[in-house]
Write a protein that binds this ligand. Sequence first.
Ligand SMILES: Cc1ncc(COP(=O)(O)O)c(C=O)c1O
Length: 310
Amino acid sequence: MPSEFIWRNGQFIKWEEATVHVTTHALHYGSSVFEGIRAYATPQGPAVFRMQPHTRRLINSCKIARLELPYSENDINSAIVETIRRNKHEACYVRPLVYRGAGAIGLEGRKNPVEMVIFTMEWGRYLGSEAIDNGVDVQVSSWRRMAPDTFASLAKIGGQYINSQFVSMEAHDNGFAEGIALDINGYVSEGAGENLFVIIDEVVYTPGVWQSILSGVTRDSALTILRDLGYSIRYEPIAREMLYIADEMFFTGTAAEITPIRSVDRQPVGAGKPGTITKAVQEAFFAITSGQKADPYGWLTLVRQPEAAD
Ligand SMILES: Cc1ncc(COP(=O)(O)O)c(C=O)c1O
């Protein structure tokens, strides 16, 4: 659902006015970087979840893609909060996007202006409303993640998402909620837009950043929660067959939040329903994002400042 205002290059404009010219470089060559951030409804009003690491990753993606961003981390954080405030959201998805604009046609593109927008919209559960409670059915994709010397998996660069689209479209065509891609060596990498956790005998495995994954902010949040719950975590290559003998598996992502996986390639994961460790991570995660429990890690940024006490 569209909202009223979009922040563009430092100004607020109406949603309908935020258009681009057909010569926009990013339309042709995928020269954009973006973020996906959630703001949650809490008893203190809307709160942005982990804004700082998202903004930092946007800035880092710009560095990697060589997009010269004329805004500081503080500028971007203030613009995100102000966009949510102006659009009067209680909860929303926030999409900052930096892209090479219109002008010269040609691959190199650095003569084109760098533009930035931030828009917000209301958005429910990404993998379906049942997914968080019951888990999703997934397949191992026939598409691989990119080799390390081809694209930059740690950056959220628009053009790279063709790979994720292949994974996701194939999964949907085959009747699955999502696909898991292997890396160039045949080890497990990640979902089309989610990081993956695999649990066997109470040990938590997740692919390392060298395995063509995006270093997810929700992944980091789940790792923090798991460590504090006392679980041991191993960052090591996950063979495909480990997916078939796992006791539990779950996805993490801003869109997917913490989504249990109940089957892979039609084989049930564990008992075919969310397991104990997955549920413990979900509980801790949603307790913080809903503002129902204290936020021990300082992950929430309130959009409306509390009234000063007399
Ligand atoms: C390819 C990919 N992997 C993983 C993630 C999860 O990252 P995050 O938790 O920061 O949203 C995303 C979503 O941004 C993604 O696009």
